[in-house]
Design a protein around this ligand. Sequence first.
Ligand code: 8X3
Length: 246
Amino acid sequence: MTRTAVVTGASSGIGEATARRLAAEGFDVVAAARRRDRLDKLAAEVPAIRPATLDVTSDESVAEFAASLDGCDVLVNNAGGAIGLEPVAEGLVDDWRRMYEVNVLGSLRMTRALLPKLIESGDGVLLMITSVAGLVSYEGGGGYCAAKHAQTSMVETLRLELCGEPVRITEIAPGMVYTEEFSLTRFRGDAEQAERVYEGVPGPLSADDVADAVAWCVTRPWNVNIDRLVIRPRAQAAQHKVHRVS
Ligand code: 8X3
């Protein structure tokens, strides 16, 4: 029987690449995000992808979405992002709130709503896309690092709480990934600053590289739980150690 995978934040970047890749792996994919026009285009291109409008920051939207699903075997909590690079001393409450809403509470809403279906499937996988920012802190990371640390902690707690249930809990923590929007959002639309992050870096990861890791994690045998997979480009040995060529 075809298995169903739900991917949040599927309208671009890692989410879109994951939706495409899981479809190629034979899943029925529900690609969920706010921007329906983008999802519709994606679904028109890939028959195994079904578009679904979803705002993970809204209780009603998540409830409606969950009710529309017959079942769910894999949930990829991917919706998230960073806003701003201010030091904590100048942290903007609205930005922090937004980052918490999407990254942390969005994942909580989706987890609460779909966990019963994942368990019911008999071999569910809940996969959280976190970040290396969930494992280390860095200057300017402020609210994003805090939100990603919260997600990392959520994954660890879930795995303990669900031990004995037929659901695997996996985290993928990517480092530097070059996507259309991540850096642009962080720099509030300043394309030049956004590009500078990747300047001279030979081979930052692509969204496809992360999607490849997602596919590997969710296609392991039922008894194999990949707890955490940290994935960085070869040029990024650590947060502060990035090789650049001019
Ligand atoms: C994105 C990676 O290094 O910008 O999650 O925090 S980093």
